[in-house]
Design a protein around this ligand. Structure first.
Ligand code: ADP
Ligand code: SR1
Ligand code: MG
Length: 427
């Protein structure tokens, strides 16, 4: 047991020199290592350590929220949840999350594979660059982790032990419960929005009782439905890409929650990127082309999620839910397929609800997205944010009536064109 001490670029080589997996990966004498702190996230220290043999990432939790400062303490144990999530995600969908080389619980640090030449997805999309296979890889990742870490596939004792383990991630869930599901809908202290331009729509949303009821229904799903292991913070800053490789990082918010949570957060982020794009790609034709590509990513994410989920349903349904004894074994494969379709319809509606809530909190809450925040002129920013807010409300309120993913894309296109909810097909 050693007392927790935050690393610095100067202290890191000497402090971690004795870790053999790290020394092997980096090579050379520790005095020759180049160390650079690159943490651009909201919470932790992240170092790149380079040497003659290669490089690694060292991520260490701080005892407070980096974005806010030491006035908001946060327990170091979040590194334990991140480590436990990484190894489970890697087992469920190998090769997507960084390989873990070492975990030190006392120092709240993880040494992991450095993804290179990957960059954060947000930077790619803001620059209007496409990533081959983005929707398919993320749809598959979400479906594989959702299915394989649930009672559809797991041994029930292991699933319950896992729920118990991750139920300790209290403080990070508390952040989501407050910042995502609650604060956007009242004048919470740390909120900020583009003012005064957005004031009228913000007042309208906060007065919308139907919206606030649905937001709390979704929060209830977040707190009570321990269906599967969720990444918990799956946005464009938690995905690293090249032109044709897609990897996922940063599952410290991991918890057991609804099947549709991760893919919903992701879809919300893609839709916000779409709405912000006119400010980043000035040529209207190029912008429209890129928005279409982003909407294609939304479509692929859902269709590949659903296809993968159906495939796993057929091949890997070894858990306690919807057992084959009730359907296939009685010569009723159609009933099994119907059960799967009904569950996917529920996940689809949840996904849209979580997407809408995410779109609200990133414009009204504490933690915004660079797609909007980097638009310097508030008169340019506000109308794009407003369309996103209104689309988010439509997704939340109408989620049980939206027929399919193409109807979502129609709603997004209409919203981008400034015609909220027009062009929507509902079933
Ligand atoms: P936080 O938990 O504070 O949000 P992140 O895990 O998002 O921190 O990491 C912050 C930054 O560090 C990322 O935006 C990325 O640039 C870099 N980073 C994190 N993990 C890796 C990795 N495995 N490989 C390469 N870069 C990484
Ligand atoms: C105070 S933490 C703010 C946000 O950063 C994290 O990445 C999560 O998205 C959290 O809601
Ligand atoms: Mg992060």
């Amino acid at each position: 047991m050693s007392a927790y001490t935050p690393l610095t670029p100067e202290s890191l080589p000497q402090r971690l020199a004795g870790l053999s997996p790290m020394a092997r990966a980096v090579g050379g004498p520790p005095e020759s290592w180049r160390v650079c702190e690159v943490g651009d996230g909201n919470l932790n220290l992240v170092f790149i350590v380079e040497g003659p043999a290669g490089s690694v990432i060292v991520k260490q939790a701080l005892p407070y929220i980096r974005l806010v400062g030491d006035s908001w303490p946060l327990p170091l144990k979040r590194a334990y949840f991140e480590y436990n999530a990484l190894i489970r995600q890697d087992a469920a969908d190998p090769g997507i999350v960084p390989a873990v080389l070492h975990f030190d619980e006392d120092q709240a640090l993880i040494v992991m594979e450095r993804l290179t030449p990957h960059i954060i997805l947000r930077g790619q999309t803001m620059a209007g660059r496409k990533v081959a296979g983005l929707g398919a890889t993320m749809g598959r990742f979400c479906a594989r982790t959702a299915f394989r870490r649930s009672d559809l596939a797991m041994d029930p004792a292991q699933k319950k032990a896992d729920v118990a383990l991750f139920s300790g991630n209290v403080e990070l869930c508390d952040i989501t419960e407050k910042l995502v599901f609650t604060d956007p809908y009242f004048a919470a202290e740390m909120n900020r929005h583009t003012a005064p331009q957005l004031d009228p729509v913000v007042a309208e949303l906060r007065a919308d009782t139907a919206l606030k009821i649905e937001a709390q229904h979704l929060k209830r799903a977040f707190t009570a439905r321990a269906e599967t292991l969720c990444h918990g913070d799956l946005h464009a800053g938690s995905i690293m890409v090249t032109g044709d490789s897609v990897r996922v990082i940063d599952p410290e918010f991991a918890f057991y929650g609804p099947f549709g949570f991760d893919i919903g957060m992701l879809v919300g982020n893609y839709l916000m990127a779409c709405h912000a794009m006119p400010a980043h790609i000035p040529d209207p034709e190029a912008c429209a082309g890129y928005q279409d590509w982003l909407l294609g990513v939304v479509r692929d994410s859902w269709t590949v999620f659903a296809d993968t989920f159906r495939d796993l349903w057929a091949r890997e349904r070894t858990g306690i839910l919807y057992p084959a004894a009730l359907y296939e074994d009685q010569g009723q494969p159609g009933a099994s397929a119907a059960a799967c379709d009904q569950l996917l319809a529920e996940i689809f509606a949840d996904m849209l609800g979580f997407a809408g809530i995410e779109m609200h909190r990133r414009i009204l809450g504490l933690a915004h997205v660079a797609e909007f925040d980097s638009i310097a002129d508030p008169d340019r920013r506000a109308p794009l944010e407003e369309r996103s807010l209104l689309l988010g409300r439509d997704l939340v309120l109408q989620r049980h009536r939206i027929a399919d993913i193409d109807a979502v894309l129609d709603m997004a296109r209409a919203s981008q064109a400034g015609q909220a909810a027009a062009g929507q097909k509902t079933g």
